[in-house]
Design a protein around this ligand. Structure first.
Ligand code: PEP
Length: 253
């Protein structure tokens, strides 16, 4: 089963309008000679989404929010909706990033509410899951992931799965310079795919893109993408440097 690779740059709380436009323009240029068809997604801060959308217009680059609220509008100070993302030129969103879970205490129920809201309003969604170092060392990795996936996907219909991708991001590897080895990540990705089969059906699991995230860099992307169940990458730090992200987009599997 061949799944179209998806490379996502998560800019987190970085870039002013000027910086974002420069970065987006450089990445757009780097897309021009990609070796084969692959999907590129950028998740800039909401404050620059609209400007970045003008820069990447017509390039095929997908734009995403870094999070999304469930309703279309309302009294939700500090939140953005799918309608607002779409109005700014985006059509996707991340949910459940470990920084949202850990720093802002978003639990599985809230992540699920956000995911279903985004899907219901037509976005392409990426559900992030991942274990902490403590959980890994306690032998709980698979049970934690199983629960994050089960609770996160609760109420998501089989028909919505074609607008869904999963990102496995071990918390101990995010922004730390530590990366899961290709084999470590493959083991988890294969487990997650089996869980998707149990929750839906094999056909859905076979088509579901499962991305790896956690200190992805130009020097480890090739070995990660060589794994059969790794279908792309969610990149933080290295996505803020155009040359690094372009090399990641140009991975050789
Ligand atoms: C992330 O932001 O999802 C991430 C994986 O960050 P980094 O690549 O910096 O570890």
């Amino acid at each position: 089963m061949s799944r179209r690779p998806l490379l996502v740059g998560n800019w987190k709380m970085h870039t002013t309008v000027v910086e974002a436009c420069q970065l987006a323009a450089a990445i757009r240029q780097g897309c021009a000679d990609l070796p084969e068809e692959r999907d590129i997604m950028l998740a800039p801060p909401a404050t620059v989404l609209s400007e970045v959308s003008h820069i990447v217009h017509g390039s095929g680059i997908i734009l995403a929010g870094q999070n999304v609220c469930w309703g279309p509008q309302g009294a939700f100070t500090g939140e953005i909706s799918a309608v607002m993302i779409q109005g700014a030129g985006g059509n996707a969103a991340l949910v459940g990033h470990s920084e949202r879970r850990q720093i802002f205490h978003e639990d599985d129920a809230m992540v699920n509410r956000r995911l279903r809201g985004g899907l219901d309003q037509g976005l392409l969604m990426i559900l992030c899951v991942g274990e902490t170092l403590e959980e890994r060392e306690g032998g709980q990795t698979l049970s934690v992931l199983e629960e994050q996936l089960r609770a996160g996907l609760s109420g998501v219909s089989i028909a919505q799965c074609d607008r869904l991708a999963i990102a496995y991001e071990p918390v101990w590897a995010i922004g730390t310079g530590l990366t899961a080895s290709g084999e470590q990540a493959q083991e988890v990705h294969s487990f997650l795919r089996d869980q998707v089969t149990l929750l839906y059906e094999k056909n859905v699991a076979d088509q579901m893109r499962i991305l790896y995230g956690g200190s992805v860099k130009p020097d480890n992307i090739d070995q990660l993408m060589a794994q059969p169940d790794i279908d792309g990458a969610l990149v933080g730090g290295a996505a803020l440097d155009a040359a690094s992200f372009i090399r990641i987009m140009q991975f050789k599997a």
